[in-house]
Write a protein that binds this ligand. Structure first.
Ligand SMILES: NC(=O)c1ccc[n+]([C@@H]2O[C@H](COP(=O)([O-])OP(=O)(O)OC[C@H]3O[C@@H](n4cnc5c(N)ncnc54)[C@H](O)[C@@H]3O)[C@@H](O)[C@H]2O)c1
Length: 433
């Protein structure tokens, strides 16, 4: 039996994958509404396949969701609590991890294995977890095994992806590897807790840097009156070397904070990163993209002779990404875009195929259907890459507006040619000069 502590995206999907692999799970989370909803069979977030496995686990008894931590925890405890970024320096808030360690330590069986799965700056498992566990059990086993799935395909990826294992000692590593071998036949051992922590952080920092390059190409192409998408497509065509990344917003709770966690591993949070840091530069550039999109939207309104303060803008795609689809709005581009737009325009509407209207309303948006939004707005920004926006009906709806209207397309989803014959219609794509 395994205890999973923290039943968010990471904990609950891991629990489901382990149940599928025949491992019994005890789940615990400090958020009572969350545990009550899971126990009632209602998942706190959208993830394909999750509902089926969790409800089967609850029905068959292979999953127990506890209201309180049991007096004696199972032999293996996996910590999946949140480690959000906090403050202007985007440093890690390790308080949830500290609290989880404090609450599990007195309940551990002798020789129990604790696996830290939350994303943390390099050195955290040894610096925080080890002292919290030492002296509590006669021979604590401790490992860091990062989560690297993509939201929207987590259950599939948990069965496919290699699992990184860094142990405090050989016994810890072997115990952790035995657990993850239930999920995958690819367990990758690294030499230390710190190496495993760094693997996770460099994976996400690398993705951020790749997007950063794509976004820089987009900004350069715009300045030069060229089309970044054409250039990137041509550069990649049958050419084996640079696999250039297309432009786009980098969102989500991980990609927006993990580069900071990597940097803060060396420099205290809030301190300036080294001036030659590629990771820091890419992050800053990627954070600029939403404001750039907001400015392009305002420019379009001006070109159409529409007064921004009398205009309504609809943002389409509020989740932080559209592929694979998710209802997660953490780190989404729509929030900073709207923040900037609200200083100039009358109203910001929102549409999403997956995110619940209440969630969009709680972010300060007025949630609308696509039809209603297009009828009320003067501009429509396609913020994420949900393929639903590429349907012909959407282009048809936009084509039939019949008054000055702007479309701002962040992900090159729509075909510019589809609007070329319309008078008083502006189509503007991020990366097109
Ligand atoms: N979301 C992802 O796709 C993803 C991928 C890789 C790594 N991570 C990392 O995994 C960790 C969890 O991420 P998440 O997206 O699941 O976060 P989340 O916010 O969705 O879930 C975290 C859960 O931990 C619970 N919690 C907080 N303190 C607790 C405590 N002391 N005891 C028990 N439960 C507690 C919270 O109530 C919450 O339900 C983070 O460190 C994150 O950076 C996330």
């Amino acid at each position: 039996m395994v205890a999973v502590i923290g039943l968010g995206y990471v904990g609950l999907t891991l629990a489901a994958a382990l149940i599928d692999a025949g491992v019994a799970i005890v789940g615990y989370d400090t958020c009572e509404p969350r545990t009550a909803s899971i126990r009632a069979g209602s998942m706190p977030f959208y993830e394909p396949g999750l509902h089926e496995t969790v409800t089967r686990g609850l029905d068959e008894g292979s999953l127990q969701i506890m209201e309180t931590l049991p007096a004696r925890l199972p032999e293996i405890v996996v910590l999946c609590v949140g480690t959000p970024a906090s403050g202007a320096g985007h440093g890690p808030d390790l308080e949830p991890l500290k609290l989880a360690l404090t609450s599990i330590a007195p309940r551990l069986a002798d020789g129990a294995l604790v696996i830290v799965r939350s994303t943390v700056p390099v050195g955290t498992t040894r610096g925080l977890a080890l002292p919290a566990l030492s002296g509590r059990t006669s021979s604590p086993a401790l490992a860091y095994c990062p989560e690297r799935t993509i939201q929207g395909s987590a259950l599939t990826e948990l069965r496919m992806l290699p699992q990184i294992v860094g142990g405090y000692d050989r016994r810890s590593a072997e115990l952790a590897a035995t657990l993850f071998a239930r999920l995958t036949d690819q367990v990758v051992h690294v030499s230390s807790l710190e190496a495993a922590e760094m693997v996770k952080l460099v994976c996400n920092a690398h993705t951020d840097v790749l997007y950063g390059f794509g976004n820089e190409v987009a900004l350069l192409a715009e300045g030069l009156g060229l089309d970044a998408w054409e250039i990137i497509d041509a550069a990649n065509c049958h050419y084996p070397r640079p696999d250039l990344h297309f432009p786009g917003y980098v969102g989500g709770s991980c990609l927006t904070k993990d580069p900071y966690f990597l940097l803060s591993s060396l420099n205290p949070p809030g301190s300036a990163p080294s001036e030659w840091s590629l990771v820091a530069t890419a992050r800053r550039l990627n954070e600029r993209v939403p404001y750039h999109i907001a400015h392009r939207t305002l420019e379009c309104l001006e070109k159409l002779d529409l007064r921004p303060d009398q205009s309504t803008v609809m943002l389409c795609g509020i989740a932080y990404k559209g592929v694979p689809q998710t209802d997660d709005v953490r780190g989404c581009a729509a929030v900073p875009i709207a923040e900037r737009l609200r200083r100039s325009v009358q109203e910001v509407l929102a549409h999403d195929f997956i995110v619940e209207p209440e969630v969009m309303n709680s972010l300060g948006f007025t949630s609308v259907s696509l039809e209603e939004g297009i009828a009320r707005a003067q501009a429509c920004v396609f913020v994420n890459n949900h393929p639903g926006y590429q349907r012909k009906e959407v282009t048809d709806m936009l084509r039939s507006v019949g008054r000055p209207f702007a479309v701002v397309d962040v992900w090159n989803l729509l075909d510019e040619k589809g609007f070329a014959d319309l008078y008083g219609f502006i189509y503007s794509c991020f990366g097109h000069g």
